[in-house]
Design a binder for this molecule. Structure first.
Ligand code: NAD
Ligand code: MG
Length: 399
């Protein structure tokens, strides 16, 4: 059944890779979805173009100067979008009463406050911003339950697992007969490389992902396997799983997006072309299904599916994430903060590729985690992790 009027959607991080894929799906279904607000941090030209196409009621950009620029251009183009600037405005468009759906596609810890605001306002929240959940895990999931938000994972692996589980899956994997979650990983651009070979890799090499086209931060995370580590933590929270119940399986074709293994020996998988519009369309339309513009999967073209174990010696970030989740408390928030500093330093040429894992490990061993059960504390731990990382950068960084 098609809704009688379109659902109103806020897209946080509209100019990014996930944001533009989301708008592509939305534009295919104008009778179902209407854009309420679009946000971006610095890409004012891209945001202007998106406003001209999607005619949102509101737009949010990082700085007042860029907001003024946008207002002028939109007025000249006779587009009626109200433009605001700054973090508080992100929170407002995420929780606005006229909004039904919020796509959380800001990258990194910056997405936590608006994403949590959408959860607390009881929205349908499409979660791409995995860092927000990694940082605030228990608090985030409690808020989902308390405020009746509908949380749909957009990360392709978690979306796949979601599709392979029964509709009511809260309360632990045991309750639903699942023995293990199999989280697939492409292995990234350096699959099969030795630790020695990794020492000299450049940001452009790290960002050239074989199967997915993504923002630079997540591309580096995919290359270090920190992305899979963050996803392991994300899966623990989303599916009430322990880190030992999740097995990472390297699957270079990225056709199986993840699997659930049941105690009777059944393994359910979700397959598809590696195109984020599939999980995005799933999140938008659940429990229905809509066309996502994705080509049908051609298994003869795929021809074969390969699997191997991850190389945790060459890519220590996966182990670090598993350890942080097992320790609990603020350890995942500290790791995420360190990693954001490390990736930025790597992208700016101030840290080597193996230095990312070294920095992350140094911060985890230097900072004893705390409880992380309230927001203030989590934000303070994020700050502490960043400060510790900058301190260690002086040791591991170049110059
Ligand atoms: P991106 O870099 O392409 O886009 C990020 C968006 O967030 C942009 O619109 C940018 O303007 C905005 N942004 C950046 N910093 C901000 C800040 N400080 N405050 C407010 N807005 C800010 O990133 P992406 O690849 O689209 O990824 C977005 C999120 O989705 C990440 O958390 C990523 O891990 C997750 N994700 C992405 C993919 C993918 O295929 N790209 C897949 C799974 C999950
Ligand atoms: Mg993923």
């Amino acid at each position: 059944s098609i809704a009688t009027r379109p659902q109103r959607v806020t897209v946080l991080g509209a100019t990014g890779s996930i944001g533009t894929s989301t708008l592509d799906v939305i534009a295919r279904h104008p009778e179902r979805y209407q854009v309420h607000a679009l946000t971006a941090q610095r890409s004012k030209e891209a945001l202007l173009a998106l406003c001209q196409t999607h005619l949102p009621a509101q737009a949010v950009i990082g700085s007042e100067a860029d907001a003024a620029w946008l207002r002028e251009r939109l007025a000249a183009a006779r587009v009626n979008t109200e433009v605001r600037a700054g973090e508080a405005s992100l929170v407002e468009v995420a929780q606005a009463s006229e909004v039904e759906v919020v796509m959380a596609a800001i990258v990194g810890a910056a997405g936590l406050m608006p994403t949590l605001a959408a959860v607390r306002a009881g929205k349908r929240v499409l979660l791409a911003n995995k860092e927000a959940l990694v940082m605030s895990g228990g608090l985030f999931m409690d808020a989902v339950a308390r405020h009746g938000a509908v949380l749909l994972p957009i990360d392709s692996e978690h979306n796949a697992i979601y599709q392979c589980l029964p509709p009511e899956h809260r309360g632990g994997l045991d309750r639903i007969g699942v023995s293990q979650l199999l989280l697939t990983a492409s292995g990234g651009p350096f699959l099969g490389w030795s630790a020695d070979a990794l020492a000299g890799v450049t940001p452009d090499q790290a960002c050239a992902h074989p199967n997915w086209s993504m923002g630079r931060k997540i591309s580096v995370d995919s290359a270090t396997l920190m992305n899979k580590g963050l996803e392991l933590i994300e899966a623990c929270w989303l599916f009430d799983a322990g880190p030992e119940q999740i097995q990472v399986v390297v699957h270079p074709q990225s056709v199986i997006h993840s699997m659930a293994a049941y105690r009777d020996g059944s393994v359910l998988a979700q397959l598809g072309n590696p195109d984020m519009r599939t999980p995005i369309a799933y999140g938008l339309s659940w429990p229905e299904r809509v066309d996502a513009g994705v080509a049908p999967l051609d298994l003869f073209q795929v021809a074969r599916l390969d699997f191997q174990a991850p190389d945790e010696a060459a890519f220590p970030c996966l182990r670090l994430a598993r350890e942080a989740m097992a320790v609990g408390g603020s350890a995942p928030a500290l790791l995420n903060a360190a990693n954001e500093v490390a990736v930025e330093a790597f992208l700016e040429g101030r840290l080597s590729f193996p230095g990312i894992a070294e920095l992350n490990e140094a911060v985890l061993s230097a900072c004893a985690p705390s409880a992380a059960d309230e927001l203030e504390g989590i934000l303070a731990e994020d700050d502490r992790g960043r400060r510790a990382a900058r301190h260690h950068l002086e040791r591991y960084g170049r110059e």
